[in-house]
Design a protein around this ligand. Sequence first.
Ligand code: HEC
Ligand code: HEC
Ligand code: HEC
Ligand code: HEC
Ligand code: HEC
Ligand code: HEC
Ligand code: HEC
Ligand code: HEC
Ligand code: HEC
Length: 305
Amino acid sequence: MGLVRREGRVMLMAAMVTIAAAVGCWTPAGGAEAKAGAAKGKANERIGAAVCLQCHSQFEKGWYGLRHNRYRTSESAPEMLQGCEGCHGPGQAHLEDENFGKIFSPKKATGLKAVAMCFQCHETTMKAASWLQTPHAKAGLGCGTCHEMHMDTKQPALLRDKTTTLCLSCHREEEAAFRLNSHHPVLEGRMGCTDCHDPHVGAGKRALLKVNDDKCLRCHLEKRGPFAYEHQTALHAGEASCASCHKPHGSPNPRLGTYYGRGMCLQCHSEIAGDARHRPRVGNCWVAGCHSRFHGSNANRFFLN
Ligand code: HEC
Ligand code: HEC
Ligand code: HEC
Ligand code: HEC
Ligand code: HEC
Ligand code: HEC
Ligand code: HEC
Ligand code: HEC
Ligand code: HEC
């Protein structure tokens, strides 16, 4: 049996080389011809990566060099995880099927089924249950949507494209914000979407966000305090915090402002809206030189300069 199958593979290979050279890629019509030479086997038998690659030759160049595959291409790996079939399952039925179906396609699968093969190994650092809660999983994205498992893309983390380009390919509407007057320098390449977002974790209000204000303070340390006089609710009560005064991506107002000028302060201090003393002739609450330490002060409880 083993011998017969091996002969089948050789014949297949010969047919493949001709066809690949002629049309550059595999067609189901050609497959039927080549498969006539393929031996019959049990549906759940493995055929080995070399056979898969005869037809799916677009992956051949990258497959053996891919760092991700060092483990699965080694003879010492458990058979279950080896080769293409470590992710796609046994291939004999696929080989024998007229329509080249009967193989696990992660792209067509949904829910846990679509990603379970990754968690065979990655469950130590990522939890399947947590992934399934994210808006990305709920929208039907699979791991393979962003990660290329077959070829080297020259990007870190096997990504299909540069992170920012990849994110913006779906989140086009966010790009506009990064072109507003005041914006985080993401399109300039000085920071990336993943400085603030984790595409794999978080649900609800925290969806795909790295923890709370820590993500802002990580880079803007001087705003962390502690200050002798904290601007308590505005800065450190968790709920509102930086977001009460700043847009995260970009804003038409200076300094990523949620509002223009003193409108930012009046959100909470509406009691001074009609107070003549609180209407500076020039500038606003801070530009006029008064409450310029509003992020917190060590000198003055009114955050005066
Ligand atoms: C004899 C040629 C041949 C061999 C050998 C072969 N395939 Fe395929 N495979 C095809 C063709 C043809 C298609 C259909 C391509 C298409 O529709 O674009 C296909 C489709 C697929 C698909 C997509 C299925 C779907 O439902 O969308 C996967 C995944 C796949 N093959 C994986 C494998 C793996 C893994 C192996 C080795 C275990 C393998 N193939 C061996 C010819 C082959
Ligand atoms: C680490 C897991 C993994 C391994 C190993 C793997 N694949 Fe895949 N493969 C995937 C995932 C995930 C997708 C779905 C990609 C997507 O969502 O676009 C996929 C998709 C495919 C497709 C369908 C492409 C399409 O556009 O529908 C084919 C064909 C395929 N793989 C063949 C192979 C072959 C041949 C090998 C071995 C040389 C292999 N795969 C090894 C995970 C893997
Ligand atoms: C057989 C075990 C195994 C399976 C299954 C597996 N991986 Fe991995 N993966 C690894 C190992 C081991 C590493 C570390 C490789 C290294 O750094 O050399 C890794 C690393 C990675 C990395 C980081 C690569 C880098 O360069 O930083 C990504 C992304 C990744 N895997 C995605 C996936 C996805 C998506 C799937 C499912 C389609 C998957 N893996 C399935 C074993 C596996
Ligand atoms: C929406 C795109 C996207 C999807 C979907 C996605 N990833 Fe990632 N993944 C990324 C990005 C971007 C990075 C790089 C993170 C960084 O730069 O900090 C990454 C990094 C990784 C890493 C490298 C280790 C790490 O955390 O830094 C692993 C492993 C990984 N992803 C596995 C997976 C698995 C498994 C799935 C499916 C359950 C998946 N990814 C789905 C975008 C995605
Ligand atoms: C293949 C398309 C696709 C890619 C690539 C993609 N996303 Fe998403 N993303 C979605 C979909 C679909 C949703 C859920 C529907 C929605 O809210 O737009 C979503 C939701 C989100 C959300 C949550 C929105 C909310 O309402 O809470 C964030 C944040 C996000 N993505 C960030 C990223 C980042 C960062 C990247 C790059 C690492 C990325 N996405 C890559 C399609 C994508
Ligand atoms: C400086 C940190 C930061 C950077 C960089 C960043 N984001 Fe965000 N993003 C956030 C925060 C914070 C939120 C939550 C806003 C809220 O809840 O109102 C958010 C929300 C989102 C949302 C949901 C939008 C909505 O209206 O609910 C999407 C989608 C998103 N970001 C995508 C991206 C993409 C794509 C990139 C890169 C091009 C990116 N983000 C870069 C901090 C950032
Ligand atoms: C990865 C680092 C990083 C993170 C995280 C980060 N920022 Fe920034 N932030 C920057 C950089 C870089 C600039 C541009 C500084 C410059 O141009 O000199 C900037 C600029 C700003 C500015 C001034 C914009 C302007 O027009 O001058 C504000 C306000 C700001 N960030 C608020 C925030 C808030 C709020 C968060 C959390 C949602 C945050 N930042 C998270 C790196 C970061
Ligand atoms: C009460 C409103 C308010 C809150 C809350 C707030 N900011 Fe600001 N922030 C401002 C205003 C107003 C400016 C513009 C100052 C100016 O015009 O120079 C500013 C400017 C900035 C700047 C750019 C100028 C500078 O001083 O470096 C950064 C960075 C910044 N804020 C980060 C943060 C971070 C991080 C948080 C959360 C810990 C935060 N801010 C919370 C109102 C606020
Ligand atoms: C998200 C709500 C919020 C925003 C926005 C806000 N503040 Fe406050 N502010 C507070 C709270 C709450 C206190 C504490 C009130 C108290 O202790 O009685 C406070 C206290 C103050 C105080 C001290 C008043 C006192 O009587 O002790 C000053 C001055 C002040 N804020 C100025 C500003 C300025 C200037 C801005 C705009 C840059 C601003 N605040 C924006 C919520 C806010």
